[in-house]
Write a protein that binds this ligand. Structure first.
Ligand SMILES: Cc1cc2nc3c(=O)[nH]c(=O)nc-3n(C[C@H](O)[C@H](O)[C@H](O)COP(=O)(O)OP(=O)(O)OC[C@H]3O[C@@H](n4cnc5c(N)ncnc54)[C@H](O)[C@@H]3O)c2cc1C
Length: 376
């Protein structure tokens, strides 16, 4: 006899949504997490009334009404719209690339003028590529210029991408950038999804709502007492690292990571926007996040006299750092396949989420996936 129907390893969005659904199906669940808090990477820490996104800025966006209604049934979402700004040597540009960006870049005011400008700049690179032996862009730089021209590339892509990858764009493969969305309308809304926002009161409200009435133990690593945890429940939902589950027997999967340098400032409004990208390579960080702008609008911004910012640095991952982004290159995908062939044979263990599936997921697809699962 098992004490629980499900042991859920990890209280991130996958584990918490699974626990919610299982509870609805009258299943008895226990959630454990090795961190000292619930929520995985969407966890926020509240300081001075500001929800600080401890593991990177998170903006919920989806076109799936079922997912949107589901999350809003747990906690109401606000009207935050992601409209990042790019700062290149002190010059500001709206993102994503749209008529505002083109006006700021070239002073053009009509879509026809902007299209003409971009096409003229693309032509030189396209001619160079058509003369080359392979007739394909040789690297990321050639790919980007052939898509959007030299000015947008030089000021808004080059430095940022080089900081992100720690390598020159001429040394990066062209497939990293498949397309660069360009809009010929005055629209700074980054996402083209139907719905977006931030939970009112922060992401912890979402996780707390999902885990309401579910037994949770934090500060508990599954691997420190594996035998005990494996016999406590009929089935296990595992959302940790798949290679760790199999004792790294085929080798270690690699990740990219981000280092966040947080500062608490004695001013009410530091940069006037939640997200500012620094696209010049001489500034060492890639973005500055000002957390209050995700949830405070209008007069509320000044009413809160402090602000908290995070500077984001892209760094190489090592085992003492959080594994953030799976590196889905050939080598790692091949390694992952070996682990997947083992996990496919498991009858008692469900592997889900970004670490267990070694796949980058936005929040909405994680929820969609769990909502579509049959829990028996
Ligand atoms: C920097 C960054 C920014 C992002 N921004 C966005 C965004 O703007 N919009 C968006 O939609 N998505 C965003 N995402 C994606 C989002 O974070 C994920 O979709 C979501 O966190 C995935 O949830 P998860 O449950 O799979 O993983 P996680 O949140 O990582 O949860 C896994 C949990 O398992 C626990 N765990 C692992 N191993 C063990 C163990 N051995 N024992 C016990 N517990 C264990 C961990 O402590 C963790 O709490 C972003 C991701 C990153 C990295």
């Amino acid at each position: 006899m098992y004490k629980f129907d499900y042991l859920i390893v990890g209280s991130g969005l996958f584990g918490a949504t699974f626990a919610y659904k299982a509870k609805q199906a009258n299943k008895k669940c226990l959630v454990i997490d090795k961190r000292d808090h619930i929520g995985g990477n969407i966890y926020c820490e509240n300081r001075h009334g500001i929800n600080v996104h401890k593991y990177g800025a998170h903006i919920f966006h989806t076109s799936n009404k079922k997912v949107w209604d589901f999350v809003n049934g747990i906690v109401e979402f606000n009207r935050y719209t992601n409209s990042p700004i790019a700062n290149y040597k002190g010059q500001l540009f709206n993102l994503p690339f749209n008529m505002n960006t083109f006006y700021q870049m070239w002073g053009v005011t009509t879509p026809a003028e902007a299209i003409d400008k971009i096409n003229t700049q693309r032509k030189e690179m396209l001619d160079k590529i058509s003369l080359s032996e392979t007739k394909e862009p040789a690297n990321l730089e050639e790919q980007a210029i052939s898509l959007i021209g030299v000015d947008l590339y030089e000021k808004l892509i080059k430095g940022y991408t080089e900081k992100q990858w720690g390598r020159k764009c001429t040394e990066l493969p062209s497939f990293i950038i498949k397309r660069l969305p360009v809009r010929f309308v005055y629209d700074n809304n980054y996402f083209s999804d139907k719905y977006q926002g931030i939970p009112i009161g922060g992401y912890n409200k979402l996780i707390e709502g999902l885990l309401k009435d579910v037994e949770v133990i934090t500060n508990t690593d599954f691997f420190e007492n594996r035998e005990y945890w494996e016999q406590i429940a009929e089935k296990i939902v595992f959302t940790g690292k798949i290679d760790e589950f199999y004792n790294y027997q085929f080798g270690k999967l690699e990740y990219r990571t981000v280092y966040f340098e947080e500062e608490e400032l004695d001013c009410s409004n530091y940069q006037g926007n939640a997200v500012v990208n620094y696209t010049d390579k001489d500034i060492p960080y890639t973005r500055v996040i000002e957390h209050k702008h995700f949830e405070m609008f209008g007069e509320d911004v000044d009413r809160c006299k402090k602000t908290i910012i995070s500077k984001e640095y892209s760094i190489e991952w090592n085992e003492n750092l959080e594994p953030y982004y799976p590196i889905n290159d050939f080598k790692n995908n091949e390694l992952h396949q070996k682990y997947k062939s083992l996990s496919d044979k498991e009858s008692r263990v469900i592997f889900g989420g970004r670490l267990a599936e070694y796949k980058y997921y936005d929040m909405a697809p994680i929820i969609e996936k769990v909502l579509n699962m049959d829990i028996d």
